[in-house]
Design a protein around this ligand. Structure first.
Ligand SMILES: Nc1ncnc2c1ncn2[C@@H]1O[C@H](COP(=O)(O)OP(=O)(O)OP(=O)(O)O)[C@@H](O)[C@H]1O
Ligand SMILES: [Mg+2]
Length: 262
C-alpha cells in the first residue's frame, strides 16, 4: 500500500432540513487500502458515501477524490469510481452476460474494449459458467457477485461498496471478500460499509460512525488491543462510552440509544 491519498474529506456536513445526517466528518483513504465504515442504522454511512461518490452534494465542508473536487467535478469522479449502492439493481430478465454488456454501455466503455473488459470481469468476479443464466434465477450470493462485476466493468480505480454482503450466506461472503482482497492487491482502493464484524476485522482501517460523526478510527487489531477488549463490537461500545462520558450497560433503553431507535 502506498501513502498516496486517494480520498481526502474535510469537515463534511449533510443536512436534511434541520437534521444533520453527517456532522463534520474527516476521512482519508490511501491507495490500495481496504477501509471499513461501521456504525448503527441511520448513523450516516450511506449519506457520507453518496457525497464521496458525487451523487449527493454536501451542505458544508470539502473533499477531493484524487485531485477532483467532490462538489464541482462529480462527473470526473464517477468515471473513476465503481459504486455498488445499498440497494443495487440488476436487470432480472437479462442473463449475466447481457447485464454485463448493458453496464459496459452505461459506463461508456469504448466499443473495442468491451469484450476484453467483460472477459476480465467474469474471471475476476468468478462468474465463469453462469454467463447465460437469467439473473432472476441466480441465488443471492451469485447476484451479489454479478452486481460487483457490473460495478467493476469500467475498470474503476476506487470501489465503494455499501453493505455489499447483507443477506448473503457466510460462504458466499468469504468468496466475495476473496475478490475484494484480489482487487486491493491490484492497487484498487476500497471503501466498504458493513454490519459484519468479521468483515470489519478484515479491513486495513475502520472508522466508527455514530450520530453523523466519526468517533474512532484505526487498524482493527490495533484498536482491539489498545482498548483491551475482545472484538470490534466492544471497541465500538468503548468509543460511545468515551464520547458520552458514561458506562453503557446492556439495558434495553441504552441499546436502543446505540441502535439509532432513539
Ligand atoms: N434524502 C433524505 N432525506 C431525509 N433524511 C434522510 C435522507 N437520506 C438519509 N436520511 C436520514 O439520514 C440519516 C442517515 O441515513 P443513512 O442512510 O446515511 O444511514 P446509514 O448509516 O447508511 O444506515 P444503515 O446502516 O441503515 O444503512 C437517517 O436518519 C436517515 O433517515
Ligand atoms: Mg446505509
Amino acid at each position: 500500500m502506498s501513502s498516496e491519498l486517494i480520498v481526502d474529506i474535510k469537515n463534511i456536513v449533510k443536512k436534511f432540513q434541520d437534521f444533520k445526517a453527517v456532522d463534520g466528518v474527516d476521512l482519508q483513504i490511501k491507495k490500495g487500502e481496504i477501509y471499513g465504515l461501521l456504525g448503527p442504522n441511520g448513523a450516516g454511512k450511506s449519506t457520507l458515501i453518496r457525497m464521496i461518490c458525487g451523487v449527493l452534494s454536501p451542505t458544508a465542508g470539502s473533499g477531493r477524490v484524487y485531485k477532483y473536487d467532490i462538489s464541482k467535478d462529480s462527473e470526473l469522479i464517477k468515471e473513476r469510481i465503481g459504486y455498488m449502492s445499498q440497494k443495487f439493481s440488476l436487470y432480472e430478465d437479462l442473463t449475466v452476460m447481457e447485464n454485463l454488456r448493458f453496464y459496459t454501455e452505461i459506463y461508456m466503455v469504448p466499443k473495442n474494449e468491451r469484450k476484453e473488459r467483460i472477459r476480465e470481469t467474469v474471471n475476476m468476479a468468478g462468474l465463469q459458467g453462469k454467463e447465460n443464466v437469467l439473473t432472476k434465477n441466480l441465488s443471492g450470493g451469485w447476484k451479489q457477485r454479478l452486481a460487483l462485476g457490473c460495478t467493476l466493468i469500467h475498470n474503476p480505480e476506487i470501489l465503494i461498496l455499501d453493505e455489499p454482503t447483507s443477506a448473503v450466506d457466510p460462504v458466499s461472503r468469504r468468496i466475495f471478500w476473496g475478490i475484494i482482497y484480489k482487487l486491493a492487491k491490484r492497487g484498487i482502493t476500497i471503501l466498504v460499509t458493513t454490519h459484519y464484524m468479521d468483515e470489519a476485522e478484515s479491513c486495513d482501517r475502520v472508522s466508527f460512525i455514530f450520530d453523523g460523526k466519526i468517533i474512532g478510527t484505526g487498524n482493527p487489531k490495533k484498536i482491539i488491543e489498545e482498548k483491551n477488549v475482545k472484538n470490534l463490537e466492544e471497541v465500538f461500545i468503548t468509543f460511545v462510552e468515551e464520547i458520552y462520558g458514561k458506562k453503557i450497560t446492556d439495558s434495553f433503553d441504552e441499546l436502543k440509544f446505540i441502535s439509532g431507535e432513539h
